[in-house]
Design a protein around this ligand. Sequence first.
Ligand code: PEP
Length: 258
Amino acid sequence: MRVPMIAGNWKMNTTVGEAVGLVNEMRSRLDKIDNVDKVICPPFISLAAVGELIKGSSIKLGAQNIYFEERGAYTGEISPLMLADLCQFVIIGHSERRQYFNETGDIINKKIQAVLRVGLKPILCIGERLEENEAGRTEEVITEQLNLSLAGIDSLGGLIIAYEPVWAIGTGKAATGKQANNTIGFIRQTISQKYGKRIAQDLRILYGGSVTADNIAEFINQPEIDGALVGGASLKATEFLSIVKQTSEIKGCLSREA
Ligand code: PEP
């Protein structure tokens, strides 16, 4: 059984004080929700403070990016080594990084290798743009992104994939549960061809793109979808708690029925 996961990507939001406030608002209620991995990904500067606040709880911490070198003259960058004792997960290849910071498949591949090397778990984001979706090229784009991101990687470690159609991120226009389930099924099949059935069956694949407390159930009820990467809605304590709680309840029921 794959443990469902809800990860909150706070993006470039919250000062350290605001991050601490947000965690304080939800920590004790979030901690009590079982059967789902709860991950929050604040900006780098808040990782240490948030890490202290959630110490001893069931809440896990992730970063939003890294640089692939271990150390050296890379002004302004953060290495996986620096994160290894601060958090457990790192988001890699988010479409905003591909779009605004020119991250290529090769860079994403190096970042994944660097993250795996220090025992952190990458959350690899992949997804097609609107024009690619409309041209019926979703599977082709996904296949290329997977091939480039995972080139030369023999063992996936604790890798998680987030399928995030670019047209659904921050737009309020989510995919449908069925659409997301089909593409995630395709991703699992592609991983199965590359790494074998067992690895593919154990791999957690999340949906991301305008997930809210009102639509999470539609995604979580799908058999291939193991959770969500949540942007905007993860900045509101009540809404994030509701997303996590619904995930725990729905996946709990589905696993009892199975
Ligand atoms: C994201 O940042 O990964 C994301 C899915 O954002 P949003 O939920 O705001 O669409």
